[in-house]
Design a protein around this ligand. Structure first.
Ligand SMILES: [Fe+2]
Ligand SMILES: [Fe+2]
Length: 372
């Protein structure tokens, strides 16, 4: 298979060369030196009472997975923010909630929605005036809880059919690593599953071999993230996938969202991270990941066209519709995911992530149009 109807590497070079994305120059984009602790939850007592509010079934797509976490914030609020909040709001409750959200945002933990569910403002220890909002206090302590909802699947790699999502802790460096390691490990299973399925149906050997080679890449990714996670004191979570028999249409739908969209877009993100992550070790890791994931994304597209050829017209249009839907949802999901990503990973800012997603979708539509 030498001809590709969709050519990802060419598309990515075009996107990253565009000035709006600004990845051409890494000199002022690396967030390497501009931050202290990479673990946004270290400074507070984040609880992971992960009250999962909703987890959509993920057996055939990288569907949005909105989950709500209660995050405890316990931080000192000082001037000029303290005065600004005192001047903007009059009610003690409003002031407390505004202060809480401000401190929460500074933890870089913003979700799709953030709701303050409990809030307490305390004057400095030993202060004679018990009113925390009295102008005589130069600083106060805010203890509060925020219910933050994030889309855990905004962008992710390829997961097997029947994959059971990991209930992760509150957004933090370690939680991110744990989830990433888990998704990489899940991708190993996904490619093995795919290789077996293709082989059983007499698909071109070239596709089977590329799936097996991809599984080997994913073992390497998973091992590397496991090592990083362990260094941060975390333990990798085992991958659980419910066994399920799948038809060609199911494989094609799954491949369209997990492979053609999610995995391919994660390759583009990794290319950005390879330039912007906080240190050389991470930049090298993401560079390696990017090179592999571009191949995986290309495999997804080649597989897509093979599978379309195996389906009737009705099934083909279902797959195309699903693909278009996933491309449309990508920008808002990428935005939310970028908001939730801890600093230091070199993620694009939320607006940039959305712009990347839009450029990705537009470029793909153009290539698909030309191929048609
Ligand atoms: Fe991977
Ligand atoms: Fe991959």
């Amino acid at each position: 298979m030498t001809h590709h109807d969709v050519h990802l590497a060419a598309l990515f070079s075009l996107i990253l060369a565009a000035p709006a994305i600004g990845c051409g120059d890494s000199s002022n984009t690396s967030d390497a030196d501009s931050e202290g602790s990479s673990d946004s939850s270290d400074s507070s007592s984040s609880s992971d009472s992960s009250s999962s509010s909703d987890s959509s079934g993920s057996d055939d797509s990288c569907a949005p997975a909105l989950k709500t976490y209660a995050v405890d914030v316990s931080e000192v609020l000082a001037d000029p923010e303290l005065t600004a909040i005192r001047d903007t709001y009059t009610e003690a409750t409003e002031r407390c909630e505004a202060a809480c959200l401000q401190l929460f945002l500074e933890m870089n933990a913003a979700g799709v929605t953030d709701v303050v569910t409990a809030c307490e403002a305390l004057p400095p220890a030993g202060a004679t005036n018990p009113d925390p909002w009295d102008p005589s206090h130069p600083m106060i302590t805010i203890n509060c809880t925020v219910d933050t909802t994030i889309d855990e699947n905004a962008t992710c790699g390829r997961r097997p059919h029947g994959h059971r999502e990991l209930a992760s802790a509150a957004p933090s460096w370690r939680a991110w690593l744990r989830r990433q390691a888990h998704l990489e490990r899940a991708s190993v299973a996904a490619f093995h599953e795919l290789a077996i399925w293709l082989k059983e149906r007499g698909a071109p050997l070239e596709l089977v071999e590329r799936c097996l080679a991809s599984a080997t890449d994913e073992v390497d990714h998973a091992d590397r993230f496991d090592a990083l996670l362990r260094r941060e004191g975390g333990e990798p979570a085992p991958v659980v996938a419910e066994p399920c028999a799948v038809s060609t249409i199911e494989v094609a739908l799954h491949n369209a969202t997990e492979g053609c969209v999610s995995e391919a877009f994660s390759a583009l993100l990794a290319m950005v991270q390879a330039k912007r992550a906080r240190d050389q070790e991470l930049r090298t890791l993401f560079g390696r990941l990017a090179a592999d994931e571009v191949r995986h994304g290309q495999l997804a597209w080649d597989l897509h066209f093979y599978l379309l050829g195996e389906l009737d017209a009705t099934a083909r249009s279902r797959v195309t519709e699903r693909l278009q839907g996933a491309l449309e949802e990508l920008a808002p999901r990428a935005y939310a995911q970028a908001q939730a990503a801890p600093l230091g990973l070199g993620w694009p800012r939320p607006d940039e992530a959305a712009a990347l997603a839009r450029a990705f979708a537009a470029g793909l539509r153009e290539q698909l149009h030309r191929a048609a």
